[in-house]
Design a protein. Structure first.
Length: 195
């Protein structure tokens, strides 16, 4: 009654590519899948990683970059520090003393004084810290306007995008921790041209 006859048999496709709903290739083994995942992980994903990969492929070693961070050699500096505008900003910040440099040591002193347990000392330390923050904010605003005025005078056609952040982030670091290292001394007169 429900049996198939030879004339009712349905032929199945022999190739998996022709079958609808199939992927057309064999499933990779676990070993192959893990190898492919490791290969994908090695591909640089950010601009910074791509720039580092390009530099290493060009033969620039990390020793040259470290030396450039000490000497300020523009050829081997990272892209964020290259160019005459960035060099002028570094020299300008390094040649002027600002209260911003004292922020980290002051924070450490206030932290130590807060653990004394004496409420009078702690309140004076907090007041000193608040006063320092106000002075630092004033100093940052002053630095912004002074650096913009100098950049407009020295580089009238150059782009000033990102220069304020670059100057402030350099000023917030203590002088001996700055990278690239300071090439000018405090109070030193800066050259008129940077090329």
């Amino acid at each position: 009654m429900f049996r198939r006859t030879k004339s009712d048999t349905v032929t199945t496709p022999t190739s998996s590519v022709d079958a609808p709903g199939k992927k057309g290739r064999p499933t990779p083994s676990r070993k192959e899948a893990e190898a492919a995942a490791r290969a994908r992980a090695k591909v640089p994903r950010t601009r910074k990683e791509m720039a580092a990969a390009q530099k290493s492929s060009r033969g620039e070693s990390s020793a040259q970059m470290r030396q450039a961070m000490k000497t300020g050699d523009d050829r081997y500096l990272p892209a964020r520090d290259k160019g005459p505008v960035k060099r002028f900003i570094r020299d300008y910040v390094d040649s002027h003393f600002s209260l911003i440099e004292l922020m980290i040591p002051l924070m450490l002193v206030v932290l130590l004084l807060a653990y004394t347990g004496n409420p009078t000392i702690t309140s004076y330390a907090n007041l000193a810290m608040l006063t320092a923050f106000v002075l630092i904010i004033f100093d940052l605003v002053r630095l912004r306007f002074r650096i913009r005025r100098e950049l407009t005078a020295r580089f009238p056609t150059g782009s000033k995008q990102g220069t304020t952040f670059y100057a402030m982030s350099r000023a917030l670091q203590m002088r001996f921790m700055r990278m690239p290292k300071a090439q000018v001394k405090l109070g030193q007169q800066l050259p008129e041209t940077y090329r």
